[in-house]
Structures are given as structure tokens and as C-alpha cells.
Design a protein around this ligand. Structure first.
Ligand code: ACM
Length: 381
């Protein structure tokens, strides 16, 4: 007898670059748990489907995992559109869904454990960092679906409260290629913003950064700032077109902690390389470990029992200590801002002293009061 869990990450298609890293993070955690004998003497058995980055397929395959395989714990999804697709199925069948991805907030489901950053943990600090270090006149460029549109709404409010302004807002198809960005890059250069806020995701993100460099976009005077351009995308973009650009995330591969070093060593051993280790990969890894700890206590894969145990649980993650907030099913996370150096590595510029409580509905009136530390950072080091 095993404990079966479902995995729903795309190994092909436009968001596979990031979802493959999430799948790897989940598989690594499952291996580690099984190598120690599993949970209560039973191994965890993953049943994995590839939705190929096609939104409708996430729903179909989620239903298949629950109905055909009788599985009620599933880890999956990157794009918010795919999460919205599985949400009614998860709720109707009372399953437990672990979502290891940053997203736009403004959602709560009793059937979802949200493991990625909410806007108060990434958008708000990033907006403030840009206003302090570059200026508050931003140009928004995004992929055309819910996460970019909603993230831009939040960022617009952050700028408005800080005295900044939005100079332009343009959306692109997920399949967009380099030349598709040319007219917008011309418009950006004409508008001369202080920075670009990019919510372009997946393969088209790589095309966008390269097109920006090809049009002589200068990261020193007008960087691209993002929540979704992580290590996997940076590796694909290459150091030349990514140097000087900025990302906000709870985790970066360059964190020097012992927990991160042992996570990276295990990942390297299993997958042969750590170039694609991202905050979303780390979130999937942590969520599987936290699920296993909850299962150790409940002794049964029961949605209500597992949720009861997992809410409030802490974990010493590669990013630092995290905790699932019993108020809203989201996660207390670290918050960091990093800049890409000449080697294509993220160098952390600022970080909070301790994990930030998730505020997915941005109800806190003091959204700037985050106790950030600007770090003394030597470029290239
Ligand atoms: C996302 O769509 N939540 C990145």
C-alpha cells in the first residue's frame, strides 16, 4: 500500500520552463520522504499528468486524478488561469490542492493551500524598491491573462500611493515572439519610464528580455522588474540580456544558508544541474514536505483532517522559516529583491528580517511598513 498524490505540472508548452522545475521540486521531496521509509511505513506514490500548458487540460486531468485514481491530494499549476480551471473541481469533490506559485491574490478557497507569494509579499516591496531606487514612472508589459492584469491593478495602486504613475500598459499573447514586442519597446523608449514592470510569463518572457536588449534597452537606466522572471528564465535568456534586471521573490538559488545548500546539493544529485531551481520549485518542495508531516499526524489522506493539521504548521525551508497562515491558507514567506549580475546570477539587494504574513486581500492599511533591510551588495559577488 502506498499514499497516492497527484502532480499536475506542464512538462511541455509555454510554461514548461517553470513547471518542470516545480515538478522536480515535488519529486525531490517525495524521494527524500520515501528514502526515509515513507510516511508511517508507506511510500508516497506520485501520479503525474502533463497538461502541456493548455489551460482546459488542467481541469480534465484534475478530474481524472480525483475520479479515476481516487486521489484527493494534488500539487500543481503555475498560471492563475490554470488554477481557476481546477478550483471548481477541487471544491466540488472536496479535495486538497497545493498551489506552489506566486499569484495575484484576492482568492480564498478552503480546499487550497497557497504556497507562493501574495502581492503584499512581492508586488508591494518591489514597487517601493523601484520608487526608491529608480523612480515611480513605470511602464507595464504583461501576458494576457488574469495574473498580469490583476497584478498590474495592485501595482498601479502601490504606485499611486507612493506618488508614482503608469506610463503604459500592454498585454501579449502567451505565444508571442521577439518581433511582437518591437512596437511596444519603441513606445517604451519614447515614454522613457524609470523602469518596466513585466508580468510576461513563460517562453515569451525570454523573447521579451532579448528583444529589449536587441533594441538597446538599458538595464542601468530602465531595468525590467518582475515577479516571474526566475532562475530558469534567466538561464534561458542568457547573462547578456538579463544583467541588471530585477526580480522580487521569497527564494533565490543564491541564498547561502545551510538549508539551501543541502536542498541544492540534493537537487543537483537527482537532476544533474540546479540552473532551473526557482522560488516556485522551492515552494513545491516545501509543500510536499509539509503535507508529509501532516500525514504523519493524521494517518489518513482526509481533506478535513490534513487541513486541520497543516494550518499553522511551520517549516525550515531553503528560503528560511515559513508557516501556513491559519487565517487564510496562504503562507508566511520571506521577501527578497535581487538583481541579475554579469554571470546571470541573482544578487540579493534587500530582504525582510523575518517572514511576512500573507495578506491576499491587501486589507492592511500599512502596506509599506515591511521592515526591509537594504543589503550592502557588491555587484558580481
Ligand atoms: C501566475 O500566473 N500566478 C504566475
Amino acid at each position: 500500500m502506498t499514499w497516492k498524490v497527484g502532480l499536475l505540472f506542464s512538462e511541455t508548452g509555454v510554461t514548461s520552463i517553470i513547471e518542470q522545475s516545480q515538478l522536480n521540486g515535488a519529486l525531490l521531496a517525495i524521494d527524500q520522504i520515501n528514502e526515509k521509509g515513507g510516511v508511517l511505513g508507506r511510500k508516497i506514490e506520485p501520479v503525474s499528468y502533463n497538461p502541456a500548458s493548455i489551460v482546459q487540460k488542467y481541469g480534465e486531468l484534475c478530474e481524472k486524478l480525483i475520479v479515476d485514481h481516487k486521489i484527493n491530494v494534488i500539487f500543481g499549476c503555475y498560471m492563475s488561469s490554470s488554477r481557476k480551471e481546477v478550483l471548481p473541481i477541487i471544491e466540488r469533490r472536496n479535495a486538497l490542492f497545493f498551489y506552489p506559485t506566486l499569484y495575484e491574490g484576492f482568492e480564498y478557497s478552503p480546499n487550497v493551500i497557497y504556497g507562493g507569494a501574495s502581492p503584499n509579499q512581492n508586488s508591494v516591496p518591489l514597487g517601493n524598491y523601484l520608487m526608491e531606487n529608480f523612480g515611480g514612472r513605470l511602464f507595464f508589459v504583461g501576458s494576457d491573462y488574469i495574473y498580469p492584469r490583476e497584478s498590474n491593478r495592485v501595482m498601479r495602486n502601490v504606485l499611486r500611493q507612493g506618488g508614482g504613475e503608469v506610463l503604459g500598459e500592454v498585454y501579449f499573447d502567451l505565444e508571442s515572439k521577439g518581433a511582437d514586442f518591437d512596437n511596444t519597446i519603441t513606445d517604451i523608449k519614447r515614454a522613457a519610464p524609470d523602469a518596466i514592470f513585466s508580468t510576461v510569463v513563460g517562453q515569451s518572457c525570454i523573447e521579451f528580455y532579448r528583444a529589449y536588449l536587441a533594441a538597446d534597452g538599458d538595464s542601468a537606466t530602465c531595468p525590467i522588474a518582475s515577479l516571474t522572471t526566475n532562475e530558469g528564465e534567466i538561464a534561458a535568456i542568457g547573462p547578456e540580456a538579463s544583467e541588471g534586471h530585477i526580480t522580487a521573490a521569497p527564494y533565490f538559488r543564491s541564498i547561502a544558508s545551510p538549508e539551501n545548500q543541502s536542498f541544492l546539493a540534493a537537487y543537483q544529485k537527482k537532476f544533474g544541474s540546479t540552473v532551473d531551481v526557482t522560488s516556485c520549485c522551492e515552494a513545491a518542495y516545501c509543500q510536499v514536505h509539509m503535507f508529509a508531516r501532516a500525514l504523519e499526524i493524521t494517518g489518513e489522506i482526509d481533506t478535513v483532517a490534513l487541513r486541520d493539521v497543516i494550518l499553522g504548521m511551520s517549516f525550515d525551508a531553503p528560503q528560511g522559516q515559513i508557516k501556513i497562515d491559519p487565517d487564510n491558507n496562504h503562507t508566511y514567506l520571506q521577501s527578497r529583491i535581487a538583481k541579475v549580475d554579469a554571470r546571470g546570477e541573482f544578487v540579493i539587494q534587500s530582504q525582510v528580517r523575518r517572514a511576512i504574513k500573507p495578506d491576499p486581500y491587501l486589507v492592511s492599511p500599512t502596506i509599506y511598513d515591511l521592515h526591509f533591510r537594504q543589503l550592502e551588495v557588491s555587484e558580481g559577488g
